[in-house]
Design a protein. Sequence first.
Length: 498
Amino acid sequence: MATKSVRVQQAIKFGEGFELDPRAYELRRSGISLKLEPTPFGILALLIERRGELVSRQEIVERIWGNGVFLDTDNGINGAIRKIRQALNDDSENPRFIQTVTGRGYRFIAPVLEPVAELPPLRMVEPALESTPPVSSASGRFRPIFVLALFITVAAAMATWVVGRLHDPASAIPPIHSIAVLPLNNLSGDASQDYFSDAMTDELITTLAKVSTLRVTSRTTVTYYKHTDKKLSVIARELGVDAIVEGSVVRSGQRVRVTAQLIRAAADQHLWAETYDRDLGDVLQLQSDVARAIADQVRAQLTPDLKEQFSASRSVNTEAYESYLRGRYHIYNESFTDPNTLALAKDSFEDAIRRDPNFSLAYSGLAETYVCMALFGQGQISVAEAFRLARESVRKALELDQNNGEAYDALGVLSWSADFDWKAADQALSKSVALSPSYSCAHEDRAVFLAFMGRRAESLAELEKSKQIDPGPVSAGTELGVLIQLRDWARLLESSRR
């Protein structure tokens, strides 16, 4: 029978300068924070708790994933142990920290320095009564006054030091104004579930993008960092962001577990980590909860409307959401100009709507797909019919949710390219970037539209916003990129007039 262990509550030191601090959710070496994701961190903490004992793979599963998980966790455990060994510079053949017992589990074998008990709080202690007579000298009479004066002097000095630290910019925590959400790792042990973790990443980015005071790198750019071995500080420098969000997704039947952590990039400092375990039908609420927690950690200012959106109870038909995620995966992770991909996206969004006719996001996804079919469909459907179906989908999406920023983007493109209503297009595209300020596609669409209207300065300003959100090669990137897109739009507009 497994030995019941007490979870590590205090920082504990081991090996050559390593320190595991569960309160800060950090693994450090010589005071420097090391990168370690939540799952490997949790396994390392468990092994240290049970140091010297064999910890079975089943015990790891129960601690990290919970009971009743019906999935192949072998890949998840193997990957986590590999990351622990990388962080500790350990060798599986000649281990100094983690010993593998083939077919059974793992054992932590390094010597551990027991955590030092915390000192009791400072308090005034009354002296013990003694039988010796009181001192009658002058020094004895003035000693209480001297002690009181010394206490006041020290207290004043400490107060001055604390106030100075609070007002010292160098000691203040740097604010976080920009973040990138790296692709969430699929730990389900099933490669066919990659679409689910990728779509969850997309939706978390979309939800965070609604926070107007926070710049969120677009989904198209972070895709290039999937399965990368670059350090977070390097990724943050390349993307020009203050912090990184990374984590994992485990899908098991109708249950989903998302683990996320927020890391200040420059210092590789863990600021926050949490695990969310929900029914698939509550996944929209899960995304809101994660986004709200991150917004709170970076002290982002939330509008009353956004606070209400984050707080509102949100549920979804699980089968509808599954189809919606597949549609998003096709249109975002594959070529949106490929007719075959667009057909797959269309089928997925229509299936989501059949299963849940009140699912606004599915309608906006379908509208976007029809717009792409009209512009890039290569005759699989007539331009007029594609635009008609896109209008119907946009109307329904906004009827169900007036805060659907992506629906307004599709409406703007429709008003411009199908209706030739420049005023309506300007209003809809402006509404889209207002509702989803970190949605780079809306900024790009508006930049091209403004260039088309001859409003060059505004177009360049919008393009600069798009570049800040999406510095990757998928973005229009430069004024030349906008001109090329504008040329293509002009050709499409001309063809749609016929």
